[in-house]
Design a binder for this molecule. Structure first.
Ligand SMILES: NC(=O)c1ccc[n+]([C@@H]2O[C@H](COP(=O)([O-])OP(=O)(O)OC[C@H]3O[C@@H](n4cnc5c(N)ncnc54)[C@H](OP(=O)(O)O)[C@@H]3O)[C@@H](O)[C@H]2O)c1
Length: 356
């Protein structure tokens, strides 16, 4: 069968590298164009030596050129910063090319909310109505029809998957939700910064952007859709001295009297049903008393959820673990691309987690 030609803008960044790792083992997609302004002209194997033994090794990296991408690719992944992706996406979609945008440019349905949180006017707000939020468990039908998919943020993926069954089933109050998340340093991208230098991170642990992180409105948008009421939640991120991984602890108030077994059954049924409809069972609801660990999901699409019903404080607490680069970015982008191209969602995504 003829391979499906795909392109990637931002090959030298962390999510671009992760996409290459996954595409190197994909049975149907062929990466025919990989772009970077800083690495143009070099062989992919020289820029990403860990992929030197794969079918991508001989690909020459080029400078980003939307005409060239459109002429050669059926689908393009945009692994570039927000604000940059929107013009590229608009140009590619106008040329009838499918786009999976890993940035935040098309995630928020209201362009005013985008201006408020990103301090940037949306230059292609007309495309927001056709952009589909790429969380496969919730939106796979729409993703399969989409030309433009807004790949979710890493923190929102972990928090929305933790909240979805509770909000959808009226288990949790819409008010007073707190998401306390911890991420490895790859979440900040590969561009060097003092904050992510080894000596600033190693053997320490800190909070940042409390109360005003840009992923907050994305979580509120999707949580509000699930609960069918407006939600304001408190999102508080932290950075861990790890490479990959996000662990989110999400605190909610119980909306009704339920025991832990009932909540476990609701969560398990919700993801069994959505997983069966999607054709991939990536959300694993752990037995009561078992807690997710980032290493158990490393390099995969898995999202592990642990549940606590605490009658003493009237809280339902959900702990969620994902790999920020795979489930929180490039793996999810590949799953969305599979769906857009009519392929099985799990294609190229079934390797076991890397432990230890
Ligand atoms: N890191 C994560 O865990 C994560 C998770 C979810 C979503 N995301 C999102 O995914 C996107 C990429 O993130 P990342 O972590 O991979 O970032 P990164 O490591 O900083 O890489 C970004 C890449 O984009 C390219 N780039 C930057 N400005 C560009 C421009 N004006 N035109 C063309 N290319 C440009 C850069 O390559 P050149 O300078 O060589 O062109 C660079 O390789 C971001 O929007 C980010 O918010 C990241």
């Amino acid at each position: 069968m003829k391979p499906i030609a795909v392109g990637l803008v931002g090959v030298a960044g962390y999510t671009g590298m992760e996409l290459c790792r996954l595409l190197a083992g994909h049975p149907r997609m062929e990466l025919v164009k990989a772009t970077s302004r800083s690495e143009a002209g070099k062989l992919l194997a020289d820029v990403l030596p860990h992929l030197g033994c794969t079918k991508l090794a001989g690909l020459t990296i080029t400078a980003p050129d939307m005409d060239e991408l459109a002429a050669n690719c059926d689908l393009v992944f945009l692994a570039v910063p927000h604000g940059t992706a929107m013009d590229m996406a608009a140009e590619l979609v106008a040329k009838n090319v499918c786009v999976v945008d890993l940035s935040a440019d098309f995630r928020l349905r209201d362009p005013q909310v985008y201006v408020q949180w990103y301090n940037l006017k949306h230059r292609h707000a007309d495309l927001l109505a056709q952009a589909v939020y790429g969380l496969p468990e919730l939106y796979h039908h729409d993703i399969a029809q989409a030309k433009l998919v807004a790949n979710p943020g890493c923190y929102p993926t972990s928090v929305i998957l933790a909240l979805a069954p509770a909000l959808n089933n009226g288990l949790a109050e819409a008010d007073g939700i707190v998401a306390d998340s911890k991420s490895g340093a790859t979440g900040a991208g590969r561009k060097p910064s003092t904050a992510t230098m080894f000596c600033e991170m190693h053997d320490s642990f800190r909070a940042y952007n409390l109360g005003h992180h840009r992923h907050t409105p994305e979580m509120e948008q999707e949580a509000g859709r699930l609960a069918q009421v407006q939600i304001n939640l408190s999102f508080n991120p932290h950075i861990l001295p790890l490479g990959r991984g996000i662990l989110s602890t999400v605190y909610t108030r119980l909306a009704r009297s339920v025991n832990a077994q009932e909540v476990l059954a609701i969560y398990s049924d919700f993801y069994a049903m959505h997983g069966a409809a999607l054709g991939a069972s990536w959300v694993r609801v752990l037995p009561l008393g078992t807690w997710p660990e980032t290493r158990n999901v490393r390099g995969t699409m898995f999202c592990d959820l642990g549940i606590l019903v605490d009658p003493r404080t009237n809280r339902l607490i959900i702990v969620s673990a994902i790999d920020n680069l795979c489930r929180g970015a490039s793996g999810q982008a590949l799953a969305n691309a599979n769906l857009m191209l009519g392929l099985a969602p799990e294609l190229g995504l079934s390797a076991a987690p890397m432990v230890p």
